[in-house]
Design a protein around this ligand. Structure first.
Ligand SMILES: Nc1ncnc2c1ncn2[C@@H]1O[C@H](COP(=O)(O)OP(=O)(O)OP(=O)(O)O)[C@@H](O)[C@H]1O
Ligand SMILES: [Mg+2]
Length: 347
């Protein structure tokens, strides 16, 4: 074997980096995007996360040349979108899952797009096969389910075999099976060297899909890095009849722990290591499992550091308190929780 690297034949010659630098968009009095800086690397799936109204779509629209920045730059491979010689072959995007002509079949919709860009019609059928809706694409798009519209949007974005894929909330409305499909599909595309930016307003949902994250709130960056960094160190919860003795046994073997919830949290990824140490110390184990980070809580803490502008107006900087069930005697007809009042979308 020699050390010479051989590029796989399907990989593009070089990946394209997205570069957002000090990007700002002011609508009237509102800084929808506020001095935002981040990069998106090729061959990775990057999650662009933030609550409703955080500025995700506006940032993507600036990258795609659909909205002019007030200041700063949004570059694709070092160029503004409008300066790209053949944009459809560089960037594919799906900003809305609903902008198809309802009376036209999905396949005809793609054919119009392909014709306009000089893409051969056979590519339309290849993409419909790839996203798994070859038969449904012959029906009128007006009757499509949310999942089918998302897949048709993906097929449209991929028509020009672009190096960059920008998808706005592609998991919206997908069932668990659809999300699993999307995850493996995006992984397959990242493996080909594509640069993939996907927005979501749910970190827990994105966790299944993305490698890296850029988290924003009120148009500003609040966290960036790999998903693994964001999750933090893996830990294990353990409970024994004598937690203090278990903690001592773990410490003696180099595993740090802290008491928690009638047991302890050990800093290791491996529950078997905790179990083996307990066994060697003659301590019975009553509970032992890896701890998943509470991503929903983490997302809330990160994005709540600056009160979200699209949350209800007069509830103070932290927004309204979470919904509480009514006390037993209060009413025979308890009010329904109104989730949208916490994060209403003004559009
Ligand atoms: N054309 C516009 N004119 C005025 N305000 C706008 C315009 N477009 C967006 N906004 C405002 O800018 C802010 C950011 O909106 P944007 O759609 O980028 O957020 P988002 O993160 O995509 O939210 P969501 O999760 O709801 O899709 C919001 O307060 C929105 O109301
Ligand atoms: Mg949006």
């Amino acid at each position: 074997m020699t050390a010479t690297a051989v590029a796989p034949s399907t990989a593009p010659s070089a990946g394209v980096v997205l570069e957002v630098t000090d990007l700002t968009k002011i609508f009237g009095q509102l800084a929808a995007v506020d001095h935002l800086t981040f990069t998106v690397q090729p061959a990775r799936v990057t999650g662009f996360l933030g609550p409703n109204g955080a500025g995700k779509t506006t940032t993507m629209r600036m990258l795609l040349g659909l909205v002019a920045p007030t200041s700063g730059t949004a570059l694709i491979g070092g160029q503004r979108y409008r300066d790209l010689p053949n944009p459809m072959r560089v960037v594919g995007s799906a900003l809305e899952a609903t902008n198809f002509h309802p009376g036209r079949s999905g396949r005809d919709h793609l054919r119009v797009l392909a014709d306009a860009s000089g893409i051969p019609t056979r590519r339309v059928d290849e993409m419909l096969d790839l996203v798994g809706i070859p038969a449904a694409a012959r029906q009128r798009a007006g009757g499509y389910s949310m999942g089918m519209r998302q897949r048709l949007g993906l097929a449209a974005a991929l028509l020009g075999d672009p190096a960059v894929l920008m998808l706005d909330e592609p998991a919206n409305g997908l069932d668990p099976e659809g999300i699993r499909w999307l995850r493996s599909f995006l992984r397959y595309l990242a493996h080909q060297g594509k640069t993939i930016l996907v927005s979501s307003h749910m970190l827990a949902e994105a966790d299944q899909i993305v490698d890296d994250v850029v988290i924003i709130a009120n148009g500003r960056s609040v966290a960036q890095g790999s998903m693994a960094e964001l999750r933090g160190e893996p830990t294990v919860f353990a409970r024994s009849s004598d937690n203090a003795a278990l903690a001592s046994a773990l410490t003696a073997r180099g595993v740090l722990s802290t008491p928690s919830d009638g047991g302890l949290i050990a800093k290791t990824a491996d529950p078997a290591r905790v179990g083996d140490i307990a066994l060697a110390a003659g301590l019975p184990i009553h509970e032992l499992h890896p701890l998943a980070s509470d991503l929903e809580d983490l997302f809330f803490r990160l994005t709540d550091t600056v009160a979200n502008r699209n949350r209800g107006g007069d509830s103070g900087p932290g927004g309204p308190p979470p919904w509480q069930p009514p006390t037993s005697s209060a009413s025979a007809q308890p009010p329904l929780p109104v989730v949208s009042s916490e994060a209403g979308d003004p559009r």
